[in-house]
Structures are given as structure tokens and as C-alpha cells.
Design a protein around this ligand. Structure first.
Ligand SMILES: *Cc1c(COP(=O)(O)O)cnc(C)c1O
Length: 243
């Protein structure tokens, strides 16, 4: 896709998110747009940053290892890089090298590994804390990662207690359904859990306000349910090549 077309699609996506916010009686500035850049080459990712994007999401450690160094080059616009994929423990260090937030914490074990890796990084003079979010499987579909809703408040307490992780919110992948009310229920469930986590009073949970939810097909539903961050891929980059 040429650069001008990419910039137009990015601008149109931003307008779509803003319109969804207004429709829901919310401020457009309260919903951030994260671009899910999987399968996009570094040149395309750089071009979308130059078009004004400031928040990227990677879900493959391998791709992040290729794109990360290219986006650290001089002249690349400042941006945040979130990890939004399933994180294998042997990829933790690779991901921490480039990610400013890991959205997919779904077990105490992974949280402890991240905390320990940040401690080692800090010993080497790197940043001493990491923003994280908790991935919840709100739809109950067995193909999806994420902690079960009934274990989410307890996991939030365990993550919040780790000294180097800062719990910023919750993330989910919406129900895979053509019925908007089923999709909406999965997003309402995340908002409800967020309120329970923040209201739990457990140490380290008071700032867990973000709701990362909504993709190209259903962002309006997610924004109506309170999303503070929607994650878009195909709406900006077009259809992905078949794997
Ligand atoms: C790919 C991806 C998205 C974006 O999906 P689109 O349907 O392309 O907008 C959002 N979240 C995650 C975790 C993804 O992997």
C-alpha cells in the first residue's frame, strides 16, 4: 500500500473511533487507537508512525525482534510499543527489549517471570518497572488465551503485589460472534471486572483503569461498553495475507 493511502486509512480509522466515542456520549480523546501491526514490514510500520500513529501493538516476538531495532533508529517518531500476543516464557527477554507494556498477562507464573526479568534488566541499568495489563477470556472460547473471569480479581491482586509491574488495566479479545449482543456482553464483562479490580482495594490495583478491547470489526460496540483503547489492524492495513 502506498504511503499516502496508508495515511488516509489511518486518518479514517481515527475519525471512526472519534465518531464511536461521540455516539456513546464520550470524549474522543478518551479512546486511544493502538495499531496491531502483525505481518506488516518495518517500512509500513514506520510510515504509519509518520502519518501520526503513536501506539503500536505486536503479537509476535519474532516480528518485534525485527521491527524493534528499525523503529529505534534516529528520526522515527516517538511511540509506545505494547505486546498483545500470547507470550511464551522463553521470549520474555526478547519482548522486554522493545515493549513498553505487556497487555497479555494471564497467569501468576508469567507475571513473576516478567517481574524477575525486569529486575535483571534494572541491574543492567535498564528501566526498573514495566506496565502490564491482564488478559481476560471474557467469551469463554477455548481457543482464546486469558485468565477466566472468575479468577481475574485474584490474579490482579497477585500482579499488583509484584514490585516491578504496574497494573494499568484489562484486555480482552471479544466474542467471535455475528450477534452484536454476544460481543457486547464480552465487553461489558471486562468493564465490570475492571470496576471490581479497581474497587478491590488490593495494593497495586488502583491504577488498573484501562480497557483494551475492540478490533476493526466491532470497535463501536467496544467503545460503547467503555473501551479506552481499541486495537485495529485490517481497518488501517487492509486484509492480512493468509498464513
Ligand atoms: C490482529 C489483532 C488485532 C486487530 O485485529 P483486526 O481485526 O485486524 O483489526 C487486535 N488485537 C489482537 C490481539 C490482534 O492480534
Amino acid at each position: 500500500m502506498d504511503v499516502e493511502r496508508l495515511a488516509q486509512r489511518y486518518a479514517a480509522a481515527r475519525e471512526r473511533v472519534a465518531a464511536a466515542a461521540r455516539e456513546a456520549g464520550r470524549e474522543p480523546a478518551d479512546v486511544r487507537l493502538l495499531l496491531a501491526v502483525k505481518t506488516q514490514p518495518p517500512e509500513v510500520v514506520r510510515a504509519v508512525l509518520e502519518a501520526g500513529a503513536d501506539l503500536l501493538g505486536h503479537n509476535r516476538a519474532q516480528e518485534l525482534a525485527v521491527t524493534g531495532p528499525r523503529l529505534a533508529e534516529p528520526g522515527v517518531p516517538a511511540h509506545e510499543m505494547h505486546f498483545i500476543g500470547h507470550l511464551q516464557s522463553n521470549k520474555v527477554n526478547q519482548v522486554l527489549r522493545w515493549a513498553t507494556c505487556v497487555q497479555t498477562v494471564d497467569s501468576v507464573r508469567l507475571a513473576e517471570r516478567l517481574d524477575a526479568a525486569v529486575a535483571r534488566r534494572a541491574d543492567d541499568g535498564g528501566p526498573a518497572s514495566l506496565d502490564v495489563m491482564m488478559q481476560v477470556n471474557t467469551s469463554g472460547e477455548h481457543t482464546k488465551s486469558g485468565v477466566g473471569p472468575s479468577d481475574a480479581v485474584e490474579l490482579a491482586g497477585a500482579v499488583g503485589a509484584l514490585p516491578r509491574l504496574r497494573l494499568r488495566g484489562l484486555m480482552t479479545i471479544g466474542a467471535n460472534s455475528t450477534d452484536p449482543s454476544v460481543v457486547r456482553a464480552s465487553y461489558d464483562a471486562l468493564a465490570d471486572l475492571r470496576d471490581r479490580v479497581v474497587g478491590s482495594g488490593a495494593p497495586g490495583t488502583a491504577d488498573a483503569r484501562e480497557l483494551s478491547m475492540g478490533m476493526s470489526a466491532d470497535l463501536e460496540i467496544a467503545v460503547a461498553a467503555g473501551a479506552t483503547m481499541v486495537r485495529l489492524g485490517t481497518a488501517v492495513f487492509g486484509p492480512r495475507p493468509a498464513p
